[in-house]
Every structure is written in C-alpha cells, then in structure tokens.
Design a protein around this ligand. Structure first.
Ligand code: TEU
Ligand code: CA
Length: 545
C-alpha cells in the first residue's frame, strides 16, 4: 500500500499524549498506576484535545526496567490489570476518538521470557538462536562493550558455556534479529495487537536492533532498514497506524528513510539531537553544562527544513527518560514557572510535526530533588554506585541526578491537592513531588490562565489552522542569544512565533509591520509592546497573505 506525499494522515493532524502507566492513576490502592486508573481519566484527556495515547509498556514483565523488560508480549502485567482491561481501554478511548499506541520493546526481552528460559537450556534448543551468543571462557569477555545500565554487555551462562549480549541490564537479553524466526515471531505478535485494535506502535531503541557486536556496532547496523522495511510490509502497512521509532542515532538524512512518505518504514522517529545540548561535549548526560541555546535553534531548524515534504518530524521536550522541561530549560521558580512552561510549549507546538505531551507537562510539573534512597530507577541507582566507586563526591552525583534522573519524569501525576495528590489511596511506589499542593490538575482545569488551559488552546489551534500542520518553517534571528523566533508559511497564511527563552527583558529582534499581524496567543496577561519581549514572553501571530 503506497501513501501519497500530502499532509492528510490522521497522525499528522493530531497531538499524542504519553502515559507512564505506573505513575498516572492508581485504581486499587496498591500505590501503582493501572489500566482502570487510565480509563477513569480518559475524560480529562478528551478535554485536553489529544488524539492518541502512547502507553509505556504494560505487558507482562518482572519490572527490572519498569516494563521495558517484557516476559510476555501478548499478556498484560497483573500489576496493571488484565487483557480484558486493555480491551476496555482501547474501546473506551475509541469512543472519545483517542487511539492507543502500544510500546513495543523489540530490541530485547526479559530474561524471564519463555524464549530465553528455553534458549539457555542448551545450544541446540530451538530458541537458542533467538539471542546473541558468543563462545568464550568464564571471566574472559568476548570484547569490552559496556551495557547502558552498567557493567559489561556480556553475561556468562554456564549451562551453555557461552556469553549472551545485552545492551541494557542483564535482565534484558538482546534479541537476534538476524534470525528470520525471531522476526516472524515479532510480526505475528504485532498483527495480534493490531487485531486487538491498537492504533499504533512506539518502538523502543529501534535503531539498535541490527547490532553487530563483533564490530562493536549497536545503532544503525548494516541491515537495519532492511529489517524495518520488512516489518512495515508484514504488519503496519496492513492498517492505518501511527508508528514512531525511538532512534537516538538518527540524523535528518536517516530520518528521511524512517519517515519516508511512501510509508515503507514508519510514520516518524523520535530523534535526540537537541537533547544532548546541555551536557559537556563528548561526555554523557550526567556531565552537566549550560544549554547551548543558539545550537538548539540550529538543530531544530535543520530537522524542520530537511524533512519538509520528504519526511515527518515528531516534536517533544519530554518523555519518561528525560527531566521535566520547565525545570530543565525553563524556570521553575514560583514567579516564572507557568510563564516559562507556556513559552516552551509555544515553541514546540508551533513547529511542523506531530507534538507529544508527556503526562504532567500540561500542568508544568517540575523535577524533584530527593535523597538517594528515594530513587527507584535502575539507571539512577547504577549510576550512583558507579560514580561513587569512581571517586565522584556525593554532592556532585546528586547534582547530576537532580538535573537528569529519569525519576524526575516518573513521580506520580498530580491530580489534586488532596492526600497523595489524588494518585493513590495507598503508598505511592515513588515519592510524590511535594509541590503537588500548588501544582495539580484540579487547580488548573478551571483556571483560564493555567498551563493546562494554554496547552488546550495550542492543541485546539492546530485543528483550526492548517498552516500549523503544513506550513514551511523558517528560522528568524538565528544567531540571537536569547530569542527563539520563526515563521510557518503556506499558500494563504503566515504564522509568526516569537519567544523570549530567558528571564531578562529584550528588544524584539524581529521587525515587522505589526499592524498586519494579528496576535492569536500570548502568555502575557495583556498584549504588550511588540518591539520588546518580557521575560519568557511567547507570542503567536497570524498574517493573511
Ligand atoms: O531508552 C533508550 C535508551 O537508550 C535509554 O537508556 C536512554 O539512553 C536513557 O534513558 C537516557 O538516560 C529506551 C526506553 O525509553 C527506556 O525507558 C528503557 O530503559 C530503554 O530503552 C531500554 O529498554
Ligand atoms: Ca494499582
């Protein structure tokens, strides 16, 4: 099924909301969010105006990495509910015109998956070749590759006298995509979910599936696009789905393949080029540095212009792995939290692509600064141990964690100012951000000037203004150290977005005949002098051509 190169796909005209199920809404008092909890909050999401929910993994899992270690792709973890609950969620969402995007973790599964339990029984077990094994002797690793969550990427299994390869934790053995039986197994599973009514799929670290460990290749392996095109042909192209791959190694060039408008791979990818701009160059995310703002504009500009008419962007500031954007690149002080959250939303939602809102972002939820014993994330916990052993001071490690720990995004959703923020009647699995009495949905729903209402307006605007969907992007004042400004232009309209990214007032570097521009949206209480930008001021103008 070939698709045409026009902006007529439902997923090009919608906004996606990401739910991290264990932190969204608990329904049974065990302190962990679940599917019935999500169902009870669908009206809230409908009110916000979103058209799809990306659900982080809810399949059966030992939860070593909060569900990104799946032990049964065709069952729901009892912690979250049952398959019946899942079917109910899909049906209830559908009634509200919301599709459910499942999170497919296809690079690896859990070491408790039936396939792996079989695989390690013997070398001639039919499942042995589902995984990536190398001969060796105990204590002598096949090579020096390291796993993302600490330690070597190889684990010894005495029963078979071999090492298996794992890019993430030891409980996440890598699947062997070079084995056609593995690919068939995966395609059948995807078709099964499509049959259940899944509206799309987000694919975890999809650029790492075609690894070649002997050459130390993880991302962008030589057979990657061959596998993706086969998967798309065998599965996605049989439906009208939204498909989005997580691809840390994506460049605009590669993204043209991933998001080729002929539909041969996916709808789009998550790219992360802008995400590393506040760490020291060549180091990792814990090595903090101030945001390189001008480069942020350059990177986003490159993605906007290079994919125009030959690919499709996903737009996000946040997900379950990233710190809260208002604390990260905005300002989470009482004075500027709401204003800077709205400014960041304006920049993102004004660009071309499909915007993603991560739960709580629409409230301007913030990072947390807990003591080390409060953290639950496997990456955070291993990083603390590794950096302590390497001689970093406690204070220095905590500074990195407070800025970048994945648990910043995973604290429970703040629904109201009552006990446990309305998230649970029990003991929450991760401590709730103490600021929930001030920052919560109940307060914001009724308030015209809330972050929530602003997101709702932005989402509605996308449906009213085609130029937000199809307009060509042009960056303005590219070198300006403080202002983020651009236009979006189509046959009939010009949209102008002007934002002050920082907390100091500045002269507006964009000069226009302001009488021709109608102010559509601003985060100021009253329209202000167009030639001056107040701290974190954001404006969207429309000009008829
Ligand atoms: O994340 C991909 C990934 O590479 C992360 O380890 C990322 O580098 C890290 O979070 C940045 O600090 C995906 C999922 O989104 C993540 O939650 C999983 O832990 C990971 O894959 C393994 O499945
Ligand atoms: Ca629960």
């Amino acid at each position: 099924m070939k698709q045409t190169n026009t902006i007529n796909k439902w997923w090009q005209n919608t906004v996606v909301y990401q739910i991290y199920p264990r932190s969204f809404q608990d329904s049974n008092g065990d302190g962990i969010g679940d599917l019935q909890g999500i169902i009870s909050r669908l009206d809230y999401l409908q009110d916000l105006g979103i058209g799809a929910i990306w659900l982080s993994p809810v399949c059966k899992s030992p939860q070593d990495d909060n569900g990104y270690d799946i032990s049964d792709y065709q069952d729901i973890d009892p912690m979250f509910g049952s398959l019946d609950d899942m079917e109910q969620l899909i049906a209830e969402a559908k009634k509200r015109n919301i599709r459910i995007i499942m999170d497919l973790v296809l690079n690896h599964c859990s070491d408790e998956h039936r396939w792996f339990i079989e695989a390690k029984k013997s070398r001639d077990n039919p499942y042995h070749d589902y995984f990536v094994w190398r001969d060796g002797v105990e204590g002598q690793y096949p090579n020096d590759m390291r796993a993302t969550f600490g330690g070597p990427a190889w684990e010894w299994v005495p029963e078979v006298g071999q090492y298996y390869f794992h890019q993430f934790s030891v409980k996440q053995p890598d699947l062997n995509w070079d084995n056609p039986a593995v690919r068939r197994e995966i395609y059948d599973m995807i078709l099964w979910w499509m049959d259940k009514g899944a509206g799309g799929f987000r694919m975890d670290v999809i650029d790492q599936i075609a690894k070649v460990p002997d050459q130390k290749i993880t991302a962008n392996g030589p057979r990657l696009h061959e596998y993706l095109q086969q998967m798309s042909r065998e599965t996605f192209q049989k439906g009208d789905l939204i498909t989005v791959g997580e691809a840390w190694g994506a460049t605009p060039e590669r993204a043209k393949l991933y998001s080729n408008p002929d539909g041969s791979e996916f709808s789009m990818v998550f790219q992360f080029e802008h995400i590393g701009l506040d760490q020291q160059e060549g180091k990792d995310k814990w090595d903090l540095a101030p945001l390189r703002f001008v480069q942020l504009k350059q990177v986003l500009n490159a993605w906007q212009t290079q994919l125009h008419n030959c690919g499709w962007n996903s737009l996000f500031w946040n997900n379950h792995d990233l710190p809260r954007i208002v604390s990260r690149w905005g300002n989470d002080s009482a004075q500027y939290r709401e204003k800077s959250a709205k400014m960041l939303a304006t920049i993102l939602h004004g660009m071309q692509g499909t915007p993603y809102v991560y739960q709580g972002e629409e409230l301007g939820m913030t990072n947390v600064a807990y003591g080390i014993e409060e953290y639950r994330d496997i990456e955070t916990v291993t990083m603390y141990k590794e950096r302590s052993a390497a001689g970093y001071s406690h204070a220095e490690i905590m500074r990195s964690l407070h800025a970048k720990s994945r648990d910043n995004a995973r604290t429970p959703m703040q629904w109201n100012a009552q006990a446990n923020a309305g998230f649970t009647t029990g003991a929450p699995w991760l401590k709730i951000n103490p600021n929930y009495t001030a920052i919560n949905a109940a307060d914001q729903l009724g308030r015209k000037d809330s972050v929530y209402t602003y997101y709702k307006t932005l989402i509605a605007l996308r449906k009213q203004l085609p130029v937000l969907v199809d307009g060509r992007f042009e960056l303005l004042a590219a070198e300006h150290p403080q202002v983020f400004a651009y236009t979006r232009t189509n046959q009939t309209d010009e949209l102008l977005v002007v934002c002050n990214f920082f907390g100091e007032q500045v002269a507006c570097p964009v000069e226009k005949d302001w009488a021709e521009y109608r102010l559509l949206l601003t985060n100021e209480a009253e329209p202000t002098d167009p030639t001056v930008l107040q701290p974190y001021e954001a404006r969207i103008y429309l000009k008829k051509r």
